[in-house]
Ligand binder design. Structure first.
Ligand code: T5A
Length: 240
């Protein structure tokens, strides 16, 4: 067990890391890089997943949410749908992987509900907290990396990718700039309120520099995951 979730019986042995931030902050890019590093160096299996989604049923809910199907019903209904997807994701993928001792890297989790439906969407903190308690329970991240970037830059990156792939803005990318400004403030406030769990990463730099900052945060917060030398390497020469 590398993290502080000893109270969570579902987590025995595993480590749960989440990536958070605004649109186009570079989470997917950095998760792929960290997964490759951890696979090479930690000696533990790594499970990469995302929210909304991550399990077949949750992926179906994701498609509806990103198409804006739930938008007319308001942030509470959207939060309930994100929660329904999260319940399935936790039960089918995250908790079993943690029980097997895997390192789970998840692109977005509870902080996105706090920021998108809560702070930016207007859903009261009482409801957000209550949903978290009943949906997530003790399965909390050991470490949350918050990729911080000016919303204008993140939206431009997302738009650039959309132009290359032919995909238009999704339901949340299409929100007005002040929504994205509130998101950024909310993620920074979460990091300020929970410094033991969260590390803020400056995501405005080039991908290699961001990767180095992510690695440094993981190495300092969860040193068992990033030993100085790859797991199993150089055992015969350890005394040297
Ligand atoms: N949501 C989610 C809620 O409202 N409530 C919730 O509870 C949850 C869980 C998910 C949406 O759902 C919302 C939030 C989201 O709006 P999504 O498609 O998964 O939708 O959206 P994002 O998580 O924002 O994913 P993106 O792919 O848009 O952003 P990423 O993963 O942060 O960025 P990434 O790595 O794909 O990079 C975007 C582009 O920038 C480039 C990449 O090559 C890519 O083209 N890039 C960089 N360019 C310059 N410098 C760097 N350092 C770069 N890093 C990446």
């Amino acid at each position: 067990m590398t993290g502080p979730r000893l109270a969570d019986p579902a987590a025995a042995g595993g480590t749960f890391i989440t990536f958070e931030g605004g649109e186009g902050a570079g989470k997917s890019t950095q998760i792929a890089r960290l997964a490759a590093t951890l696979r090479a160096r930690s000696g533990r299996p790594v499970c990469v997943t995302r929210e909304p989604g991550g399990s077949p049923r949750a992926e179906e809910i994701r498609a509806a949410l990103l198409d804006g199907v739930a938008k007319p019903y308001g942030p509470f209904a959207e939060a309930l749908l994100f929660s329904a997807a999260r319940i399935d994701h936790l039960d089918r993928l995250i908790r079993p992987a943690l029980r097997r001792g895997e390192t789970v890297l998840c692109d977005r989790f509870i902080d996105s509900t706090r920021a998108y439906q809560g702070a930016a969407g207007g859903l009261g903190p009482g409801i957000v907290d209550a949903l978290e308690r009943v949906v997530v329970g003790p399965t909390r991240p050991d470490l949350t990396l918050i990729l911080d970037l000016a919303p204008e830059s993140g939206l431009a990156r997302a738009a650039g990718r959309g132009a290359r792939t032919g995909q238009g803005a999704d339901r949340f990318e299409a929100e007005a700039l002040d929504f994205h400004v509130r998101l950024r403030e909310s993620f920074l406030a979460i990091a300020g309120a929970e410094p033991d769990r969260c590390a803020v990463i400056d995501a405005s730099r080039d991908p290699d520099a961001v990767e180095a900052a992510v690695r440094a945060a993981v190495a300092s917060r969860l040193p068992a995951l990033l030993p100085d030398r790859p797991a199993g390497a150089g055992r015969s020469g350890d005394a040297a």
